[in-house]
Each structure stands twice: as structure tokens, then as C-alpha cells.
Design a protein around this ligand. Structure first.
Ligand code: ADP
Length: 233
């Protein structure tokens, strides 16, 4: 079993909700284990060519180590990446002269914050009535030691067999030799809009991980649909 008792193909306990910020045009909450994202979408008159602007931020007390107050390079880059993961699903032709301003705040961080942000934003966009080809689902998959696993938590992302072997030998038996490879993914329908890789992995494991990631994304999209149903019906 994994550090938190899950099987290799299990996602963390996940909760999604829409309509959590009354003043926003669209909003949503996504919690996956100990990672929490809150997203708000505001619609503003814009140029003929509509566009999506995303701001991803992590609160100073979100993680184990306190983060400084200033906007980091990581936050700027993730804001851009998250926008690129969502944009292809939006039908901009149907909403001319609109700027979609989306902000997503990471309240608690235990790995997988960019994917939690994408799930929350997909729901917030739907809640704001933005026409979309489909909901965008996201999850991280990866390899911890020698095991391909779905939805890594921070303890797994930080895995190092040299340390675990000495400190938690029972987990070394499960995960095996090596460090962790983290692969955040996002998809709508059968199209991949985000695929990143942190670490190094062989081709066979990568293909296996992507397959597992697709199953996880389906699960995330199902949870988004349930959140929409709970809100409207
Ligand atoms: P993701 O959150 O999408 O997995 P990273 O791989 O960059 O993105 O980060 C992994 C985890 O490391 C985060 O979820 C968070 O728990 C922690 N982390 C990253 N950057 C910081 C930071 N600046 N301050 C505190 N914790 C951080």
C-alpha cells in the first residue's frame, strides 16, 4: 500500500463544489486530499477577439514551508500553463468582445496544485456560462520508485529510496528503488491540453502512466459533472 493507504490507481478523497463566491460570475472549489483550490471567474467587456486570463497564486501558508508574499516565477509560469490547458476547450467564437478573468488561489498545497486549479477553473468557467466543447479534467500521474501511481501526494513527490530505505523500510518494499517522476496532465474529450514531466522515465512506463492518467481524468470529469448536478438540480 501507498503512504496514505491507497492502491496504485486510486485518487485521493476529492470534493468539488460550484457557486462558492457569490460576487463572481462563476466560481468553484476543488479539494483533492490536502490540496485545496478556489477559482473565481469574472467576465468583462473586451476586444472583438475574446480571451482568457488566468492568475494562479499560492497562499503564503498553503504549504509546509512558508511562501513569500511576492508573485514567484513558478506562479507566473503556472498561470500561463493553466490558461493554455483550458483555452482549447472554450468556444470563443460564441462569446465575442469578452475578457474572461480567472483567478485561482491555492489555499492548501500537498502536491497536484496545478491540476486542482484546472479542475476548479473548468467548473468555474462552466458556472459562468462560458460555452465549452467539454469540461477539462486534470490529474497528476507518475512513477514513485518503480511503481506507476495515480494522483501523487507531496510525500510521494519527494520520494527518495535512499532515505525511505532507512526510515520507512516497509514503504521501500512497496515503491522500490529510485526517486519520483511527476506527470501533470489535463484533457477535454480525448484531447490532451497539458502534459508535463518532472524527472526521467522510460518510454514503456511513460505510456503506462499516461493510460492511468486518462482513467484518473475521466474520474475527475465525472466528479465535475456531479458538482454541476448538485448545484442545479
Ligand atoms: P504542483 O503543486 O502542481 O504539484 P509543483 O510540482 O511545483 O506543483 O509543487 C509540488 C508541491 O510542492 C506543491 O503542491 C506544494 O505542496 C509544494 N510547493 C511548491 N512550491 C512551493 C512553495 N513556493 N512554497 C511552499 N510549498 C511549495
Amino acid at each position: 500500500m501507498r503512504f496514505d493507504g491507497r492502491d496504485y490507481n486510486e485518487i485521493r478523497d476529492t470534493e468539488m463544489k460550484i457557486g462558492v463566491i457569490s460576487k463572481a460570475d462563476g466560481s468553484a472549489y476543488c479539494r483533492t486530499g490536502n490540496t485545496i483550490a478556489i477559482a473565481a471567474v469574472y467576465l468583462k467587456p473586451g476586444r472583438e477577439q475574446s480571451n482568457l486570463k488566468v492568475s494562479y497564486r499560492m497562499l503564503p501558508f498553503a504549504g509546509e514551508e512558508r511562501k513569500g508574499l511576492g508573485l514567484t516565477r513558478r506562479e507566473i509560469e503556472l498561470s500561463y500553463i493553466i490558461a493554455k490547458a483550458l483555452e482549447p476547450a472554450i468556444i470563443f467564437e460564441e462569446i465575442p468582445y469578452l475578457t474572461i478573468e480567472a483567478s485561482v488561489e491555492i489555499i492548501k498545497a500537498d502536491a497536484g496544485t496545478r491540476v486542482a486549479a484546472i479542475n476548479a477553473l473548468s467548473l468555474a468557467l462552466a458556472h459562468a456560462g462560458i460555452p465549452m466543447k467539454a469540461l477539462v479534467g486534470a490529474i497528476a500521474v507518475g512513477k514513485v520508485g518503480e511503481k506507476i501511481v495515480l494522483d501523487l501526494n507531496k510525500q510521494e513527490e519527494d520520494y527518495d529510496s535512499e532515505i525511505i530505505k532507512k526510515e520507512l523500510p516497509q514503504y521501500y518494499e512497496y515503491y522500490g528503488e529510485g526517486k519520483a517522476v511527476d506527470i501533470p496532465m489535463a484533457m477535454y474529450k480525448n484531447k490532451i491540453t497539458l502534459l508535463q514531466l518532472d524527472g526521467s522515465i522510460d518510454r514503456k512506463s511513460l505510456l503506462e502512466a499516461i493510460k492511468l492518467g486518462k482513467d484518473g481524468i475521466k474520474r475527475m470529469i465525472d466528479l465535475q459533472k456531479i458538482a454541476i448536478e448538485d448545484y442545479y438540480f
